[in-house]
Design a binder for this molecule. Structure first.
Ligand SMILES: Cc1cc2nc3c(=O)[nH]c(=O)nc-3n(C[C@H](O)[C@H](O)[C@H](O)COP(=O)(O)O)c2cc1C
Length: 337
């Protein structure tokens, strides 16, 4: 389903989109099928290059680009992991991505290659102080990620972070676009992000539950029964499963038996670093989500069923337009009252 081209922003104009929505390049979740579905629906789809192969159980990038079946899609990497396997960026650039999305580390060492390939660079940031290095790297788009987000992130909240980032860019780099990420799952969220000064949004958790995502059914079953109260941020799980995340970033996940046992005991988990790696990998193989964590943000409470990405984008865009039109009339009563 394609989205009508009525929600125009600088992002839709520069990238030729029908709606100012990107899917997050979610590691192990956003393959070529999801990326292609988002592009087909008028947004811009991204494949999750994730840990750049350093975890050892990640999908093959060429296969995922092939699965995108000719749709224009981008690729994202976890920057500190790409530092360890930088040649994967060459392989990704050979697939002619629509953009490269880097998050969680210093983008500058990778920027020259991306620019030489003529590919726009998108940098997701967690703090205002991260914007300057991203601008140094020549980012065409900054994504301000709030702590509400699913997966890894920082401490700033989307609502105050986005307008502060918008003002900062207006003062220092007015041509650089700004997207909001973290806590956006419906038309109200998209409309609010645009009113806060963003040129568009990045959806993670909402599209984690899309039909085309590689998400395990057992993780979704937990998500559909959860509310936003059931997520937490912790560094303990990465330490225990032996994934070397820098301590600047914590992990927002759905609580389960493992987080009940460890979430409040980060120092103990750091001391036991890597001790649950084999247990965790075995649980992943058998789909045991009391051990493996379901990775979702606070908007998990708005997910109740798996839907096609195209339907999600069409509804969010239509609802945002309705919300913005009502706001334009000064009418903030809930619909139907
Ligand atoms: C399952 C999942 C995996 C994610 N993996 C990545 C990743 O590999 N790289 C990345 O830059 N961001 C990743 N993120 C974070 C997103 O980029 C984005 O900031 C976040 O999903 C936005 O918040 P939301 O989940 O509330 O929509 C992930 C998010 C989720 C939910």
């Amino acid at each position: 389903m394609s989205t009508p081209a009525r929600l125009r922003t600088r992002l839709t104009e520069r990238f030729g989109l029908d709606t100012p929505v990107l899917n997050a390049p979610m590691a192990l979740v956003a393959g070529g099928a999801l990326a292609a579905a988002v592009t087909r629906a008028g947004g811009l789809g991204f494949i999750g290059g994730g840990y750049a192969g350093t975890l050892g159980h990640e999908p093959d990038l060429h296969a995922e680009f092939a699965r995108a079946a000719g749709q224009r899609v981008g690729i994202g990497f976890i920057t500190w992991a790409l530092d360890r396997a930088p040649t994967l960026l060459d392989a990704a650039l050979a697939c002619k991505p629509a953009a490269v999305f880097l998050s969680f580390g210093d983008p500058r060492p990778h920027a020259a290659k991306i620019h030489a390939a003529g590919v726009p660079l998108i940098c997701q940031v967690q703090r205002l102080a991260d914007i300057a290095p991203a601008l140094d790297a020549g980012a065409a788009i900054i994504v301000a990620q709030g702590t509400e987000a699913g997966g890894h992130g920082g401490d700033r909240a989307t609502f105050p972070f986005v307008p502060e980032a918008a003002d900062h860019l207006a003062a220092h780099s007015p041509d650089t676009l700004l997207l909001a990420a973290g806590g956006i799952a419906d038309g109200r969220g998209l409309a609010a992000a645009l009113l806060l000064g963003a040129d568009g949004v990045v959806l993670g958790t909402r599209l984690w539950a899309a039909e085309e995502a590689l998400t395990h059914d057992a993780a979704l079953a937990r998500a559909f029964a959860a509310s936003g109260d059931d997520t937490l941020r912790t560094r303990a799980i990465d330490a225990l499963r032996g994934v070397p995340w820098p301590e600047d970033f914590s992990f927002r996940i759905l609580r389960n038996a493992l987080t009940d046992a460890w979430a409040g005991r980060e120092a103990d988990a750091f001391a036991a670093r890597g001790s649950l790696q084999a247990t965790y990998d075995a649980a992943r193989q058998r789909g045991d989500y009391e051990v493996v964590v379901a990775v979702a943000g606070e908007v998990v409470g708005q997910l109740r069923q798996r839907e096609a990405a195209g339907d999600i984008l069409a509804r969010i865009t239509g609802d945002a337009l309705t919300a913005l039109a009502r706001a334009g009339n000064g009418d903030f009563r809930p619909p139907g009252t």
